[in-house]
Design a binder for this molecule. Sequence first.
Ligand code: ATP
Ligand code: MG
Ligand code: MG
Ligand code: MG
Length: 439
Amino acid sequence: MRLSRYFLPVLKETPSEAQIVSHRLMLRAGMIKQSSAGIYSWLPMGFKVLKKIETIVHDEQMRAGHIPMLMPTLQSADLWKESGRYDDYGKEMLRISDRHGRDMLYGPTNEELITDIFRSHVNSYKDLPLTLYHIQWKFRDEVRPRFGVMRGREFYMKDGYNFDLTKEDALHAYNRHLVSYLRSYERMGLQAIPMRADGGPIGGDYTHEFLVLADTGESEVFYDSDVTDLSFGDREIDYDSVEQCQGVLEEFTTKYARTDETHDEAAFNEVPEERRRTARGIEVGQIFYFGTKYSEALGAKVQGPDGKPTPVHMGSHGIGVSRLLGAIIEASHDDKGIIWPEGVTPFHCGIVNLKQGDDEADAACNQLYAALTAAGLEPLYDDRKERAGGKFATMDLIGLPWRITVGPRGLKNGVVELTSRRTGESVELSPEEAVKKVA
Ligand code: ATP
Ligand code: MG
Ligand code: MG
Ligand code: MG
């Protein structure tokens, strides 16, 4: 992409309404624009990162054997009345009525709808296990929408639902989700720690939230510092293997790590003092096994091997796709701007032409652009007639991992300058070598 042809409405001033750094940087980098409280338009660069995150989530869900689909944003209230949640959900649910006076709502989550789909089409245990998911906009009328996309009212979420014959099978589905979430966050360059969370009125130990440590996080967390040394890495995993998935769950959830809702001072005190940590975290996902709560309420039963109708065991599993943009920026920035991890960066490499209009410099930039593209990368070429300082400031703000600077002086010696956004280090290289280094 050539910057002169792109739409990147960078702000010079720091927006005063933004209280935290990720919100400020997303506004300044021209990624989002608020349309009303907690509701945003995604401008091209914000949209691009959103799609990259979405793609990683899809990839990892499909790798785990989960099946993508799409449910609507607007739902009829009938199913929610049937499950009893129409009244329970309270003011966070946006209720609408259509021209015929029928009660509708903008879905805050999809347990009812998916259970209805399931009960309409699945009758036998032979069709299990089944895990369906979608990535769709949700609406929750949050009391205090704030921090930009971090706590929106309209937000993008992946929510998946498993249907299993037995509790054991459903717990295997739970573990598959834990593994696939660990992989997803790591591909985004994030460490998200699974922490024991509160099962709410349903209770039980079978829910974990994934938290990114950050001072601006809304949750208070308590953990054994050993958990920050864990990483999934690029190890192979067989998602069909109950032992392997259970092994990962044990590896990642045995050490103490809890949110304030489930924090237990006595258990925490058993962690050696020098490893006890109290911090703040951003919830970027949650997995939940809830047994037969919805299948009983909505009559989602299958014929078991004994011929008897049995309510299915279910769980629901969410990732905050749009919140993740904020979380990634909170975890990865400096005073000049964003520092995108490679896995989610909107463009792989910036090209800064120090002397736009100079034949040689223009030609060298065009060649670099072509070579990067041929290597399967997406460059962003700042071809505007601007001062070098302004171009560098924009590149630093939008945080691409690499910048290649091209100017007549270097070209005389056959070199361009390659700069890493993360380390700030620059090296002079031939254009060919620079492309190799980025790719
Ligand atoms: P929170 O505690 O932050 O209100 P939640 O526990 O209500 O979140 P879940 O129902 O677990 O949210 O939804 C799954 C994921 O969706 C959350 O882990 C979070 O990442 C994301 N999410 C929830 N509410 C919002 C919101 N208002 N704006 C952006 N993302 C959200
Ligand atoms: Mg909430
Ligand atoms: Mg929560
Ligand atoms: Mg949650």
